[in-house]
Design a protein around this ligand. Sequence first.
Ligand SMILES: Nc1ncnc2c1ncn2[C@@H]1O[C@H](COP(=O)(O)OP(=O)(O)OP(=O)(O)O)[C@@H](O)[C@H]1O
Length: 330
Amino acid sequence: MVSGSQRKYYMLGGKGGVGKTSCAASLAVKFANHGHPTIVVSTDPAHSLSDSFDQDLSGGGLVSVQGVDSPLYALEINPEKTREEFRSASENGEGGVKSLMDSMGLGMLANQLGELKLGELLDTPPPGLDEAIAISKVMQFVDSQEYSKFRRIVFDTAPTGHTLRLLSLPDFLDASIGKMMKLKKKLSSATAALKSAFGKGEPQLDGNDKLEQLRERMVKVRDLFRNSETTEFVIVTIPTVMALSESSRLCASLLKEKVPVRRLIVNQLLPPSESDCKFCAMKRKDQMRALDMIKKDSELAKLKLIESPLIDVEIRGVPALKFMGDIVWR
Ligand SMILES: Nc1ncnc2c1ncn2[C@@H]1O[C@H](COP(=O)(O)OP(=O)(O)OP(=O)(O)O)[C@@H](O)[C@H]1O
């Protein structure tokens, strides 16, 4: 994971509370200490990156993380704010066409836009929309010249359900935005014909450009998720039957969506001990049974298994993350 200077993206995901943030933050520290300028981004609406780094990262911008050898920046994305941006871009698009059509006395025709139910989509956004927009926003800025020095981008994603829905979202948005744009194009060429007939010149549809930009970004996110040369989705789980069953389903869905998955981290394994109490002995037996399940699972058995022990202190701050990273990311 640390070799090569080409930019790589790592997405860490799994059930809530299994240790995604600790694993993502420790991986980011590892990259920075191996000479890679790195950005770690949380797109989980319930952020815990600040707690993990023991530093306030909530400002919505990039914050420099201290105590590592190469530049490491962290970012917690505000999902509410990104959704508002999406809403205003789309509303401008729709409003732009509507007011133009109204001015031409074709308001009735503009109402056909309503049939595409974009307004409804924005009033009740499908789960995962915030995260898709958040990731697309990150993509937009990390692609700029200013950020070209960053070689590793680590995403701490929202719990499983969201991630799964997020995967099909770019396709869904691509299709619905595409449909809307097609209709707008038709409408605008109709009004253009009318305008030129009445000598008013070409109409200007600024909103369309914004919408097209958004659509392009969504397509970019979808492609990024599927690029096996640059991207890897790491599943984080714990050794319980329930968590592993969910990880298996996540793995199947990711592979179905052609997202590259190669590693499975089983976190919080009780380390072996000579002087086991009854509780620990039982607990470890239970965990071993769950681990056996991996070997028999048609999805999980294909992945490289990383065993991460339950550490006897809370993983908080750069030194603790480095300690955890040296165990997990060997
Ligand atoms: N291997 C470990 N050993 C000891 N403590 C751990 C380990 N992994 C995680 N923890 C602790 O478990 C708690 C939850 O971890 P973390 O926030 O990384 O999980 P998460 O999956 O990101 O949670 P959420 O879904 O709520 O964001 C934290 O207090 C963290 O310090």
